[in-house]
Design a protein around this ligand. Structure first.
Ligand SMILES: NC(=O)c1ccc[n+]([C@@H]2O[C@H](COP(=O)([O-])OP(=O)(O)OC[C@H]3O[C@@H](n4cnc5c(N)ncnc54)[C@H](O)[C@@H]3O)[C@@H](O)[C@H]2O)c1
Length: 451
């Protein structure tokens, strides 16, 4: 074990960060990890990205990109500022700060699947050295950093290193913090740098170091008292969205029944200068976060004999939305004296939200499967996806249809309101348009059915 004191180790690392000499490792080069790595290289800090997906490693090292909104030019610029990628974990010993951005999905029983975090912990531990800072960014339940990650790192490192804790500084040799990611894919209204970064350290030194590491790329760092408080902060943010989306989804169903336009109502309510934040209804939740993260907390809550009723209720309403879309299509076809069975349906938009290339948990996938199950002949179009293959929960094997002959479809169903689409033209050329996103706002036509 090292003879250096923790405070000298932390001072050393802080100096390296302040002098821009610190070497940063980003583990998991996906939608979160790759943009984070680029923020560091923009500030001329050297970053090594680690990923088990060799295709991603090779693509980056060849100057290419696999994320639509990140151009190969940005990767090349980052490479000249010190970005490299590897799948070789032994290179971690060269690093000063290690930031973990691996997935945190749910398993088939809707329970947290921490295997990516634990596998990463097992892979880091043998290469851990004194004075390193390890930060977890993956969204997870409060307690994960301290109860799951730290024990693996402490037990499986070869030098008997311990994480710095307030009460046992003498033996502590590496630093640990949690800092949630707050990216909003496709939202260009706030620069990443301007999004405040929340940080919770296992001890004050870890908090100080994590704040310094993020202070190089974010304008404002917000410190909370512990990793668990930072983990809970992220969940509060996402649960707040999930519950409010469920609320407007429910009010949309009622408004449809009452002959009211919920979009008009939300727009009017949004003029209130205080106490109201607009959320919008849709065909169901999508993405890696909102449909998944709240259930990390409801699972953990059971350990405390506590039932998170708002989360469960919101989940119930939101997961029902794709079924509502299907019954709206059935109703709309019925008015044209057609049955869903045998009808040709074009699904417009499969990404989980507007203008992004991300299919994860997209309600379109559920909607396509439900339509097929009912006997519809389903095609799809999405500017971002030439094909839909196989994912964790779907296996569709479809090729993108063209928009040339919309009149051939019995129904065109708008699931994702990409801004590339010319909605007036789509309505004009289609027999029937079912719109789950209010994408046809302002277009007057008997052919449109809002759902
Ligand atoms: N995508 C978002 O908008 C978003 C926003 C906020 C928070 N988050 C959270 O950030 C985390 C990462 O999400 P993402 O969207 O970047 O996921 P992603 O699937 O796009 O990327 C994860 C990457 O980790 C890699 N990986 C998996 N196991 C690994 C291992 N053992 N070692 C090295 N690499 C490994 C995968 O190959 C993949 O490239 C999740 O916890 C997610 O909930 C995501």
């Amino acid at each position: 074990m090292t003879m250096r004191t923790v405070s000298s180790l932390s001072t050393e690392l802080k100096t390296r960060i302040e002098n821009r000499q610190a070497r940063i490792a980003v583990i998991g080069l996906g939608y979160v990890g790759l943009p984070l790595a680029l923020l560091y290289t923009e500030q001329k800090l050297r970053v090594t990205g680690f990923d088990i997906d060799q295709r991603k490693v090779d693509t980056l090292n060849a100057g290419g990109s696999y994320i639509f909104r990140i151009t190969p030019e940005e990767i090349s610029a980052a490479r000249s500022n010190g970005l490299s990628a590897t799948s070789d974990y032994s290179r971690l010993t060269e690093m000063d700060a290690i930031i973990i951005c691996v997935p945190t999905p749910l398993n088939e029983y809707h329970e947290p699947d921490l295997s990516y975090i634990t596998n990463t912990g097992h892979a880091i531990a043998p290469h851990l050295r004194a004075g390193q800072l390890v930060i977890l960014e993956s969204t997870t339940y409060p307690g994960t950093t301290e109860e799951v990650l730290v024990p693996i790192l402490e037990k499986e490192n070869n030098a008997g290193l311990k994480a710095a804790r307030p009460e046992q500084t003498a033996d502590s040799d590496f630093f640990v913090a949690f800092s949630p990611e707050r990216e909003d894919p496709g939202n260009t209204s706030v620069a990443r740098r301007d999004i405040p970064k929340v940080v919770g350290g296992l001890d004050p030194q870890a908090a100080e170091l994590a704040a310094a590491v993020y202070g190089t790329i974010f304008k404002r760092v917000v410190r909370v008292s512990s990793p668990a408080a930072a983990e809970m902060t992220k969940l509060l943010e996402n649960i707040y969205r999930c519950v409010n989306i469920a609320l407007v989804n429910e009010l949309k169903l009622l408004s449809l029944r009452m002959g009211l336009d919920i979009w008009e109502v939300i727009e009017a309510a949004s003029t209130k200068p205080f106490g109201f934040q607009p959320f919008y209804p849709g065909p169901g939740l999508g993405g890696h976060c909102i449909p998944v993260d709240p259930f990390y907390l409801s699972w953990k809550a059971k350990e405390w004999d506590f039932h998170t009723r708002f989360i469960e209720l919101a989940g119930e309403i939101n997961t029902g939305m794709p079924y509502h879309v299907i019954s709206s299509v059935v109703g709309a076809l019925n008015r044209h004296k057609k049955s869903l069975n045998g009808s040709r349906v074009l699904v417009l938009g499969v990404a989980y939200k507007r203008d992004i290339d991300d299919l994860r948990e997209s309600p379109s996938l559920t909607i396509i499967e439900l339509l097929q199950k009912e006997g519809a002949q389903v095609s799809y179009h999405d500017p971002y996806f030439p094909t839909i293959g196989k994912g964790r929960r779907y296996d569709l094997q479809m090729k993108r249809a063209s928009l040339d002959n919309l009149g051939q479809y019995d129904c065109v169903l708008i699931v994702t309101d990409h801004s590339d689409y010319d909605y007036a033209k789509i309505v004009q050329e289609s027999q029937l348009v079912v719109d789950s996103r209010n994408a046809t706002k302002g277009i007057k036509s008997e052919k449109i059915v809002h759902c």
